[in-house]
Design a protein around this ligand. Structure first.
Ligand code: HEC
Ligand code: HEC
Ligand code: HEC
Ligand code: HEC
Ligand code: HEC
Length: 172
């Protein structure tokens, strides 16, 4: 555990670099500012914004445990068997379905692997998705939420809400 926690000090880490060095390696930190290219042009603005589909309809894992989960091809097909079925991006969903292949979505947010996070207790306390992901319903492509890679963001809220700030809560 100790080595895991120290690792960011040994390797180069965007969050802890002084300003000048940050400028020099700015391009190395680029993943914070751009979204990965997804295999299908899925839009949150369309689904969660325009059509107001509930976040938890697709990310039902948030109530149960650590992972929010990304919806299966079957969940998409629940609507897209009929909805917009002839549009090129939707045909890609049907092809994955017929070939029994998962859609290989690229991860957008990534906290360091020495951090333990669990969605369920946060959702149980009624914390809005926006607090930690920004207003995803207005994002055509999900952008990474930079604050998630900063321990102060987590610890400040834990302190305010009298949640545990013991190191072991998040580093185990
Ligand atoms: C119709 C299904 C659907 C709905 C509704 C939906 N999402 Fe998603 N979400 C996805 C899919 C598919 C991905 C993976 C592709 C992508 O990143 O755009 C995803 C990705 C994400 C990610 C990035 C995951 C990562 O890799 O870090 C976040 C954050 C997210 N959704 C939050 C939300 C929030 C908040 C809402 C409600 C405002 C919502 N989603 C509504 C299907 C959905
Ligand atoms: C207290 C902060 C917080 C809240 C509130 C929160 N998330 Fe997350 N979410 C995270 C963190 C941190 C990660 C990255 C986890 C990782 O990389 O291991 C994440 C990852 C995700 C992912 C990527 C898949 C996964 O589970 O790793 C999706 C999708 C997602 N969140 C959706 C949601 C939705 C939808 C809501 C609201 C219902 C929500 N989140 C509320 C902090 C939060
Ligand atoms: C609850 C219903 C529902 C679910 C579930 C759903 N969608 Fe959609 N989707 C829609 C609606 C409604 C539209 C808008 C259709 C239109 O404007 O013709 C849409 C539009 C789209 C489009 C845009 C088509 C275009 O070119 O304009 C894509 C791509 C898409 N969805 C992908 C997905 C993927 C991938 C999933 C699974 C992760 C998914 N959808 C799950 C209802 C849904
Ligand atoms: C907006 C406030 C807020 C933010 C931001 C936040 N948390 Fe929390 N967290 C809470 C609350 C409230 C609880 C629930 C405490 C309880 O159930 O008594 C909690 C619980 C947890 C738990 C479970 C603790 C246990 O004892 O089981 C973990 C793990 C956790 N948070 C990790 C994180 C991490 C990692 C981050 C940053 C990426 C984060 N949290 C950001 C408010 C927050
Ligand atoms: C509520 C959750 C939480 C608690 C409690 C917590 N940490 Fe962290 N810690 C994080 C997150 C999130 C990061 C940033 C990870 C990343 O960069 O993706 C982090 C990063 C770190 C780092 C790497 C340097 C940095 O700032 O990025 C060290 C070292 C560290 N924590 C030590 C500790 C120690 C020691 C304690 C107890 C005094 C502690 N942490 C308590 C969530 C937490």
């Amino acid at each position: 555990m100790i080595m895991n926690v120290l690792r960011p000090f040994i390797s180069v880490h965007c969050a802890v670099l002084p300003f000048a060095i940050t400028l020099l390696v700015f391009t190395g930190c680029e993943r914070h500012d751009t979204s990965p290219r997804q295999p299908i042009a899925f839009s949150h603005t369309r689904h969660a914004g325009e059509y107001s589909i509930n976040c938890q309809y697709c990310h039902s894992g948030v109530r149960r445990g650590p992972s929010a989960s990304i919806p299966s091809v079957q969940t998409c097909m629940g609507c897209h068997q009929l909805v917009a079925a002839t549009k090129p991006e939707v045909i890609k969903i049907r092809q994955a379905w017929e070939n029994k292949e998962p859609i290989r979505w690229m991860k957008v947010n990534r906290v360091a692997d020495f951090v333990f996070f669990n969605h369920a207790p946060h959702i149980a306390k009624g914390i809005d998705c926006r607090t930690c992901h920004g207003d995803v319903a207005t994002m055509t492509e999900v952008r990474p939420f930079v604050k998630l890679n900063n321990m102060t963001f987590c610890v400040d809220c834990h302190r305010e809400n009298k949640a545990s700030i013991d190191c072991y809560t998040c580093h185990r």
